[in-house]
Design a protein around this ligand. Sequence first.
Ligand code: PLP
Length: 381
Amino acid sequence: MNDILNAEQATEILKRGFSRRALGRFATMITAGAALPFYNESAMAQLSMVKDIPADAVKINANENPLGPCPEAAEAIYSVVKKGGRYEYDITFNMAKTLAAIEGVKPEYVQPYAGSSEPLHTTVMAFASPTRSFVQGDPGYEAGGRAAKFVGAKVIAVPLTEDHAHDVKAMVAADSNAGVIYICNPNNPTGTLTKRSDIEWALANKPKGSILLLDEAYLHFSDATPTTDLVAQDKEIIVLRTFSKLFGMAGLRAGAAIGRPDLLAKMKSYSAGALPITGMVGADASLKVKTLVAERRKNMRAIRAETFDFLAKHNVKFIPSDSNCFMIDTKGPARQYMEAMAKEKVYVGRNWPSMPTWSRITVGTADEMKKFQAATKKVLA
Ligand code: PLP
């Protein structure tokens, strides 16, 4: 094999129903450090909209944070740049320690990554297979499903409930041989929450040997309780965190998987390389600013509330959200609305096949949302 997949790991992968050909393909790609053919949010936003966005356009299409990193993170990043000639593994370890202390888990339960896309993909590679499916909500964030298709796993998309929560009963019942049950809380694209009691129910009732994958990319914008306490109890749950959203570091790349060390070890078979010290030091510094989450959450909520008032006043139907994104009903093909908005230099988000008239909007700055309002009023008139 190679340094990354040893003989024992290769045997384990074959036992999970993969062909030797698939195994060889993974090993080659991982060894080469190749980007696996999976997409993240910004790639999907790019694909769904014309290229060459003007520099002065409003970009509320990819759930990014216009505020960027907090000053403390930016300062830490500037000063670490000169150490960039070294791998500096301690910086990554320090970030893991800081996050572990906040979440109440041991440092070895935190595995840092350059964002949360990679651990989302590698959880799928480690726990889904041609014989173990991937179950997710619909509409939902598609990256995990794409990774599942790549490894030959069946993807089961279970419609959200009427109030746009994950239908945990239907998800758990979907396949007695599921490998991964994916819950995104708050959900992307709807921005809606799934109740803690439902998450606990899913964990207690999921098929034997499956993993509950909790994607908490947008958690900090909501009042939802983190599920890392369930990790601390050594349950079969992996929690994903990213610094791309509230912490404003999408382009800097930092994230983490939080889970039992034996589960994290299975995912690590599919990763290669050191992590960017800029992202790691920025993440560590952000976590140490005690007021940051509450301040940014409050700021985003005020802008979102103002936007919802506007939508209600102009009879634009929207889904009330607990996140920095929300969906509006454009009452026609959402694609047409997106294109018309782009002409007004406001780039809004994509739609999902199960909700073809709905467009996902990211909450930008107050000024950006004023431009969104003016353009929406014109386009939907
Ligand atoms: N999970 C969800 C739900 C997302 O929306 C995104 C990106 O938008 C990601 C994970 C991955 O983002 P990143 O790799 O930047 O952490």
